[in-house]
Design a protein around this ligand. Sequence first.
Ligand SMILES: C=C(O[C@@H]1C=C(C(=O)O)C=C[C@H]1O)C(=O)O
Length: 289
Amino acid sequence: MTNHQPSTLDPQLPYRAGWIHFTNVAPILDPLVLPPSVTAITGVPTEMNEALLTGRVDIANISAVEFIRHADTLAALPDFSVAVLGPVYSVNLFHTCSLPDMRRIALTSQSAMSVALLEVLLREWGLSPVLERAEGEAEELLAAGYDGVLRIGDSALKEWYGVVGPFTDETIVPEIPQTGRGITVTDLAEEWFKVTGRPFVFAVWAYRKDNPPPAELLKAMRSARRSGIGHLAEVSARHALKLGLPEDVVQHYLWNFRYHLEEADRQALRLFADRAVPGHAELCFGPCE
Ligand SMILES: C=C(O[C@@H]1C=C(C(=O)O)C=C[C@H]1O)C(=O)O
């Protein structure tokens, strides 16, 4: 991948955005009408992390841990996040033995944040299994001999439902089962909540400090989020169809997210940063010098 100069150096060039295209960003991305001065590409978290860090894009919703690791050069929008308080349903450790018995865990290559979260939780639990990158469906990898499989995003949401579903009308409230077909699903955001009582921030919208986004992009993003959250039933119905999941499950999945990066989220992210990346530079939620 080639390095590009920040586009602020040439105001004639478009401002380039990178969007993680998972369903959990749909309430912001589906209604988004980009200003003419902005272009966009899409990809999975590790692709968007790389696109921002190599200068292929100017802003992206990236794994929050990459923002932390590069806090000397990156800033985050102060009011945008993909966060939850409690379960997230799409960042899952699938396992067949108990957590302390796990020896070997397969990690998805799409994720940076969930891997960092798993490492923090393993330390918390006093466990040190071998962690390896391996692709494939959770059930296949478990059958192939892994004790645990970490999956994120839409495929993790679908695999979670495949294990714990189908639901009756009453299942969603108050408690969703975590086992089925001999598999347990440990929701990492819920585990973080059990340890800290805090939200967990998976993604922030980050940009290089010297290259902040144009005001018209922020305005378009805020207006899109308002519209997406205001029409969550329609957004959910559209994505339920794409995912092959029931509408009420997708609606529950989406209304559960915190898209506004409030003070509680920023504090929780700092707490995570201190545990995951000791010695990190101070986190700046723009505008930053
Ligand atoms: C909750 C999720 O969050 C995503 C998970 C990320 C990661 O693990 O690196 C990065 C960005 C988030 O949007 C998910 O995709 O399931």
